[in-house]
Design a protein around this ligand. Sequence first.
Ligand code: ADP
Ligand code: MG
Length: 585
Amino acid sequence: MSEATAQQNKNQLDWFLLGRVLKQALPYRKIFILSMSLAIILAPVGVLRPYLIQYTVDNYIIQFNYDGLVMMSGIIIAVLIIQSFMRYVFIYSTSLLGQSVIRDLRVRVFKHINSLQLRFFDQTPVGRVTTRTINDIETINNVFSQGTITIIADILQVLVILGVMFYTSWQLTLVCLITVPLLIVATYIFKEKIKHTFQIVRTEISNMNSFLQERITGMRIVQIFNVEKEELEKFNKINDKYTQANINAIFYYAVFFPVVEILSAASLGLMVWWGARGVLTDNISIGVLIAFPLYISMLFRPIRILADKFNTLQMGLVASERVFTLLDNQSKIENKGSLLKEKIDGDIKFEKVDFAYDGENFVLNDISFDLHQGETLAIVGSTGSGKSTIINILNRFYEIQNGNIYIDNINIKDYELLALRNRIAVVLQDVFLFSGTVLENITLRDESITKEEVIAAAKMIGADDFIQKLPNGYDYQVMERGATLSMGQRQLISFIRALVFNPDILILDEATSSIDPESEAIIQYAIEKLIEKRTSIIIAHRLSTIRHADKIMVLDQGRIQEMGSHDELLQIENGHYRELYEVQV
Ligand SMILES: Nc1ncnc2c1ncn2[C@@H]1O[C@H](COP(=O)(O)OP(=O)(O)O)[C@@H](O)[C@H]1O
Ligand SMILES: [Mg+2]
């Protein structure tokens, strides 16, 4: 979507974008001003040295003035030292500026990603988001360390050199500049070619990240189905494209740099030829003849580098546009409600709710039901019938199209979003654990929850035993995604997680599906403890979990088919629930 705008801006510098990037440096304006001042001072200081050499040759060496030569050498060395020191401060401060800006930017992007609605993640590959946060932000650093200030410094230097050269001998300068039109053409071609290849490089990095991220996460499937070879082929393809893009870039560099060398040498040759004639006719001093080659090398170097820096700046801007697009993405759930409740009763009411994830294909139709404080609702239905969706919209992870949802007779849109979600705990079948200790996985680093509370909660649902038996107990290090724990153990941890947050509404989405019969008793006990005195919604397949619910909803293709208590539903002739019951018993 943003690729089109990126394409448009490709051919010219986007000043608005540049301005926006530079604005990020506002908190560091002191460093910015320091770098800028140094850039301005360094331009004439850099040119001073050849000029001093020229002066020394003409006024001391040719006159055989030894003392004068020693003095001038001292001055030249002093200038060199001062210049080196200033260059050091300049490079350090521009890099510091860039690093500080991108550090802040990373925080902003991370915060922003956290606030986006789940729909965004349904539609965006994880690898792409990772690339935005790491590689693209890294590239923005170039705008500061390679672009803007250093470009201005180089341009200033070129201008000052030209000024001094013209002042010294305008004829000789013009002779030196004969090759410049060629240089400009070569630079332009180089700049265009390299820009294009770098765009491909960036796209391929993003593709590679997305691919790797997904394969590594799904490694188990790759190995179970023995598709390593096929995956390797796919990887090879992406890798080849990436390599080719990089090689293309290197190719242009390899051609461009020698071309500039040749032009620079030609310039030097012309200058010597013309200059020598000048010396013979006494128009040009020996000092000038010695200083001019230095000027020429100082002139061509920045011009050569400028083309490169300009590209780097351009790349930084392309990257910044991607990052800004992400930051500008307001794909958030509208949070206009202001109601903050410490505690809710937990009356839930759905009123003629219709919902489609994509706005077109409705997966919930005309859903209406009432659930009172402390009651338990069980939802049954085949896979894909919309059970999890009911939970997603109650939490406001997605926005409904028609109808209303009330909690305590207040529309859920009127609640402050985080305050609402705070009161609802969801335990999913697929428990996600982060790398960290068991304790951290339970509290999610919420400092207000003490270890004692965690242990009390664990004891309450009967999970304390197994945690104590782990090496280091509650400080046992869980690996990424909880890979070193069994499903049942992960499930128990997620139950404690739900319990310590002390929610007013509890939702279990197939939380018991992957439990072995042995642990089932523990889990069943845990569930009873969890739903005690709370409004609860349980999605389950096992009748043992469902039958005690106050209400049971049978869902089919997004519509409520039957609703009532266990006994009521059994009365219905040819009823879905009765069928289910007969199959299981
Ligand atoms: N994030 C999503 N984006 C688009 N469609 C979805 C999404 N999640 C689920 N669906 C679709 O919505 C329907 C109901 O899904 P779900 O509520 O998860 O079913 P289940 O009853 O198995 O929990 C399914 O057809 C599914 O394909
Ligand atoms: Mg589901």
